[in-house]
Design a protein around this ligand. Structure first.
Ligand code: ARG
Ligand code: ZN
Length: 863
């Protein structure tokens, strides 16, 4: 191991949940005046302040990277001091007006937090703590203010000027400039502030709310992108109608605008009345977006729209409550998407994502409860745990209380806390009070990290016609939490007769303690256990079922998720057996897949999900010590067997799912999905014409799903068609950033042994840049998620990733920090790999001027 000494002067101090105190000062209103320019923007801000804490305490305002030009109280020069980044103003009284003038430099802002420039557009991102990079302010979510905003800018460069709320005035100024004024009547925390200035055009539409108010909708993009906004607009209108129907929530302003920008740190942002999106979650047309992209656009549009109630009207008291808005809103967008298409497929996709990202997080050095106790940098806590496990915890309440009970709870929550900054506790309390239930033990789900392990064993007493189901739970230790208490775990359970296939029982069991026995009477034959149906709880179930039982469930369970799950378990057991013993009998998997492929009653979209092999990373996650090569070999061998043994079926399906022309419908999507899955199995099985079929699909495709699907199959192969397709793809889409991202990521995700070298070469490609988060995620994020490529035995993958993290950290700490977690999995690898991973983490930690973001992730990963 390298001997690296940490030169970090002083480790940044954590912020703790227990230290929460109400704000010393409130700011009932703020008037902002922006003199906009990319190189230099002047921000004049006038706060009306009100004392909320101890008499005599000075006014303390957060700031970061601001050039302070002037401070006044009630118009007169003020008595102030700077304490680090903080502005301290003395002698302020309730009702005073505090004015500051600062200069900022949007074009030099590479962190993409605060006001920044993206391809000629000026835009903002304030959540979580970006507003302090725009002006001095108490930058915390429990300070709610009414905002008025005036912007002036060069009219030719920035013909469109948008901010939160409703437009109230605009006009021309001298020197080719113009101005616009916006007014947001709803008090909001500063993380929801937004403005946009640019040469944009809108796809405009209208929505009439349930009470008959007309809302003007606009989706603003660069003029050439207008034709790609129709899907997002349809999704927006569907979301608005859905939130009225399902949650009784109506939109509350006269306008709702969405702006798409190319440089954005994450998916999108729910700023009041002015959502700002990563363009990848707005732009879609058949030639450039896959069906998965279409689904993601609709899901994110819905998510941000739903935040208007779950996040904006009721916001968070402090950032430890982040899951209050994110978990709940993810749950809402999941419900929405389930209602738009196949609920079963949506659930499978969501669980797949949870297991791919959240389970490893919850089992590693960065594990944290959905309501964390402390953080160094809050940006590091926009995690799969806060979002996706958070959504599962909301879903469990929905499952236990039923749809109507849950709705009574959300009604009460919105009624009680409208206009307030609330806590997770407030949400649970509303659920309890509206339903007369006691959720005291359930609250542990907010406080304890780690994925619970449930052991289920079923015993049948033939003579008594009785089945005994014994359930046990263990919540594993996680950093800072050595011992855990048992939590209520809602498990949907059914029993099927071994001989008759009859369903004997179908119930919701809430496992309350460490162990519990449940008795089922009237069971006259050996029962087969179907458990955690619909994935009713975010847990790992160990049920010790035979291959025969799993095959039975994969063919006969009436719960589609459980059917999928049985097949996954069967595949997993087979793969783990093969890794352990060097070989395994692929017969039961082949038979189960054959039955699924030949079942005429199944939806093709479901079939495609059900026959997909668990990912290499997920297989690794089931192993005490991950052996990336053995996993890869075993998985490819099983894929080859399935491909060859079922070749006729794959061919038939491939032919049957070939469409004449593109259509965007659930049926057509399902057919496309299954088609590429069939192609990939044909390829894996070594069919001689597979590469030619793929090339043909690639050339003939009238949509991106088929084209990218074919490319994804070819890119793993050695076929000569591979290079040709990659080149053709690049030439066709040169200049279309979102599609060129696909070109990078498909290569980064390749299973070929030369992927590490290819990725390194691509990092020098003229189209690669560290400053665009989408491009970075496509290449480096893809590589970091590629288990085989990252973990090559010589450690070169780790070194490359660490180099990238260090380089990106200089520009954009948030994005750099998000590349760290794969290196933190060293405990799960052999000593040689673990040492190399730790050496790279130590090398990062020793770097000068490391950001808080990367410092936190790396130091916790070293543990
Ligand atoms: N609230 C946004 C959303 O989930 C995401 C904001 C992410 N912010 C961050 N600092 N990572 O819709
Ligand atoms: Zn969100």
């Amino acid at each position: 191991m390298l001997d690296v000494q940490t030169t970090q002067a002083a480790a940044p101090a954590p912020t703790r949940r227990e230290d929460y105190r109400p704000p010393e000062w409130l700011v009932p209103s703020i008037d902002l005046d922006f003199d906009l320019g990319a190189e230099r923007t002047l921000v004049r801000s006038r706060l009306t302040v009100e004392r909320n804490g101890a008499e005599g305490a000075p006014l303390r305002l957060d700031g970061e990277n601001l050039t302070l030009l002037d401070v006044r109280v009630n118009g007169a020069p003020a008595d102030y001091a700077l304490d680090g980044d903080m502005l301290i103003v003395e002698g302020v009284n309730s009702g005073d007006s505090v004015e500051t003038t600062v200069a900022i430099q949007p074009a030099a802002n590479t962190q993409l937090m605060g006001l920044y420039a993206s391809g000629g557009i000026l835009c903002t991102q304030c959540e979580a703590e970006g507003f302090r990079r725009i002006t001095f302010f108490p930058d915390r979510p429990d300070v709610l203010s009414r905002y008025t905003v005036r912007m002036s800018a060069d009219k030719a460069l920035y013909p469109v000027l948008l901010a939160n709320g409703d437009p109230v005035g605009s006009g021309d100024l001298e020197g080719g400039r113009h101005y616009a004024e916006w007014n947001d009547p709803y008090p909001k925390p500063c993380y929801l502030f937004a403005l946009v200035a640019g040469d944009l055009q809108a796809n405009r539409d209208r929505f009439v709310t349930q009470s008959g108010r007309t809302v003007d909708l606009g989706i603003w993009v660069r003029p050439e992108d207008l034709p790609k906004t129709h899907h997002a607009m349809a999704a927006l209108k569907a979301s608005m109608a859905w939130d009225e129907k399902v949650y009784g929530r109506e939109y509350d302003l006269d306008v709702f605008n969405i702006v798409a920008v190319s440089d954005f740190n994450f998916g999108a942002m729910e700023n009041k009345g002015l959502n700002i999106f990563n363009s990848r979650y707005i732009l879609a047309d058949p030639d450039t977006a896959t069906d998965a992209d279409y689904d993601a656009v609709a899901g994110v549009v819905a998510h941000e729209y739903f935040h208007n109630w779950s996040g904006n009207r009721v916001t968070c008291r402090d950032w430890f409550q982040l899951s209050l808005k994110e978990g709940f809103t993810v749950f809402r967008d999941q419900q929405f998407s389930a209602d738009q298409g196949s609920a079963a497929v949506k659930r499978i996709e969501d669980v797949r994502a949870l297991r791919a990202i959240q389970f490893p997080e919850d089992a590693g050095p960065l594990a944290h409860p959905i309501r964390p106790e402390s953080y160094i940098e809050i940006s590091n806590f926009y995690t799969a745990t806060i979002y996706d496990k958070g959504a599962e915890i909301i879903r469990m309440m929905h499952t236990m209380l039923g749809g109507e009970g849950f709705r009574r709870g959300t009604d009460l929550y919105f009624e009680r806390h409208d206009g307030e900054a609330a806590t997770c506790e407030d949400f649970v309390k509303a659920m309890e009070d509206a339903n007369g239930v006691d959720l005291s033990r359930f609250r542990l789900w907010y406080a304890q990290a780690g994925t619970p392990r449930i052991t289920a064993s079923l015993r049948h007493d033939d003579a008594a016609g009785r089945a005994h189901l014994t359930l046990e739970q263990a919540v594993p230790p996680t950093p800072g939490q050595d011992s855990k208490q048992p939590m209520p775990v809602p498990l949907k359970v059914a029993l099927f007769g071994d001989l008759t296939g009859e369903k004997y029982a179908d119930r919701l069991i809430v496992l309350e303690g460490v162990a519990q026995e449940v008795i089922f009477d009237g069971i006259g034959e050996r029962p087969i256990l179907s458990i955690n149906r619909d994935f009713s709880a975010p847990v790992i179930v160990e049920a010790d079922r035979s291959a025969g039982d799993l095959a039975f469930l994969s063919a006969n369970d009436d719960n589609p998720f459980a059917r999928y799950e049985a097949m996954q378990q069967l595949m997993l057991d087979t793969l783990l057996g093969a890794i352990r013993n060097g070989a395994a009998d692929s017969g039961p998997v082949t038979e189960a897949v054959r039955r699924t492929l030949s079942d005429p009653n199944l939806d093709p979209a479901f079939i495609a999900e059900a026959v997909l092999m668990p990912s290499e990373a997920f297989i690794g996650d089931q192993m005490e010590m991950v052996d990336p090569n053995a996993i890869h070999i075993a998985r490819e061998a099983l894929r080859a067997d399935l491909g060859a043994d079922l070749e006729r079926l794959w061919r038939d399906l491939y032919a049957a799912t070939t469409a004449n022309r593109f259509e965007y419908s659930p049926a057509a999507k399902g057919a496309r999905r299954l088609r590429t899955v069939a192609l990939s199995y044909l390829m894996a099985g070594g069919a001689e014409d597979a590469a030619a079929l793929a090339r043909q699909q690639f050339d003939a495709a009238d949509n991106m799903t088929d084209r990218q699907g074919a490319l994804g199959v070819l890119v793993n192969s050695d076929a000569p068609e591979r290079e040709a397709a990659l080149a053709a793809f690049y030439d066709r889409y040169r200049g279309n950033a979102l599609v060129i991202d696909k070109w990078f990521s498909v290569q980064a995700l390749s299973t070929r042994p030369d992927t590490g070298a290819v990725v390194k070469a691509l990092a020098d490609h003229p189209d690669f840049t560290l400053s665009n988060p989408n491009r970075l995620r496509a290449l480096i994020g893809g590589f970091a998620a590629n288990q085989c490529a990252l973990h090559v035995a010589d450690g070169s993958g780790y070194r490359f990733l660490a180099d990238m993290i260090l380089a990106v950290d200089k520009l954009n700490p948030q994005t750099a920090a998000r590349l760290v977690p794969p290196l933190g999995r060293w405990r799960r690898f052999d000593a040689d790999r673990a040492d190399k991973m730790k050496a790279e983490l130590s090398r990062i930690l020793a770097a000068d001027d490391l950001s808080k973001d990367v410092f936190e992730q790396v130091s916790k990963s070293l543990g």
